[in-house]
Design a protein around this ligand. Sequence first.
Ligand SMILES: NC(=O)c1ccc[n+]([C@@H]2O[C@H](COP(=O)([O-])OP(=O)(O)OC[C@H]3O[C@@H](n4cnc5c(N)ncnc54)[C@H](O)[C@@H]3O)[C@@H](O)[C@H]2O)c1
Length: 381
Amino acid sequence: MRVVKFGIIGAGVMGREFASACARWCHLTQMEARPELVAVCDKNPALSPWYQENFPSIRQITADYRELLDNPEVEAVYCAVPHNLHEQIYCDIIRAGKHLLGEKPFGIDREANDAILAEVKAHPELVIRCSSEFPFYPGMQRIGRLLETDFFGPILEVNSGFLHSSDLNPKKPINWKRMIEFNGEYGCMGDLGMHACHFPFRAGFVPKNVRAILSKLVKERPGKDGKMVPCLTWDNATLFCEADDPRHGQAFPLTIKPQRIAPGETDTWYFEVKGMHGCARWSSKNPRRLELLEYTPGSDQAIQQIDTGYETAFETITGGIFEFGFTDSILQMWASFLTEITGGASKGRFASCVTPEETRLSHKLFSAALRSWKNASLETV
Ligand SMILES: NC(=O)c1ccc[n+]([C@@H]2O[C@H](COP(=O)([O-])OP(=O)(O)OC[C@H]3O[C@@H](n4cnc5c(N)ncnc54)[C@H](O)[C@@H]3O)[C@@H](O)[C@H]2O)c1
């Protein structure tokens, strides 16, 4: 089996998720490649012991990412750092000749994204992708297959969103994800928006224009010492877009909703498509449940509720009747990235990571949304 030696830059919440996926690689049964974690970089030394205790393969721990990039053993990098560092670190990773799975938003703003994409263009030999795991859920994989077969007919409407409620509590202390200098002007769009864009973009539902409603709901939060400090990022965004149906040629409304203050929603990613012949709805709130409506003229409009099992793009040891969860979607995403690095067979359009060009489209959309809200205008994307 081909071994791809990885380094992690940014060993926090998401760095640990990748490390854990590496440790669980035996779960996948048909892979021709596996990752090996050999190097970890983080500014925070308190994170090292967990990695050292659990991954004897790690031979380099450093606080300086340039040292990790100088390590000839490292072939590929997972980078999960705050958004203000994406441009510099992603560009340096690419220039060092390493494959990269970077985190969204792939640059704090459009300028940073342009700089990263210029480096991507200069290095066509590298596989560079952006992380997004929810499309790997079985219900979403089924919707992807239905889109391929034109089950829906002419598209009437698509709604896609990612809703959190952790910021509903105004006493929650501020962290970098609520500070413009680290998280960026996009606020919740930069943090959550790519999740809501990946699947519609992959389906070819490209927004032509947008009217955005943005809200700043909690304007101050407790800082490190408990004193209130300004919280300036957008909490909620609703993007009303017009998109073209690539198969049938007519325009339809596409709503993209990234929100941090959505009561009752712990971590809800949802997608809904309505067409003249069929409709589908899936949400991570009830992840087994796929709702489908197939309509033939004159028939009843009966909505089927299907309990999907553990049906995955990349085969695993788990029996098909069992439940699929967030960490499974992360493992599937990594299986897809490793497959791309090693030139393995694709598992289809909807079972692969966000491309750099798709991140460019998300930046065009979020920048247009900022203009739209500022000018109360409809903006071209
Ligand atoms: N795909 C997902 O589901 C998902 C979920 C959460 C976050 N994210 C993304 O992952 C990225 C990181 O988010 P997180 O939640 O893991 O944040 P985090 O704060 O838990 O981790 C970021 C880490 O980067 C480290 N860091 C900061 N500056 C550094 C530097 N110069 N060199 C090395 N390390 C440095 C910090 O010490 C921290 O440990 C962001 O881009 C975020 O948008 C993705």
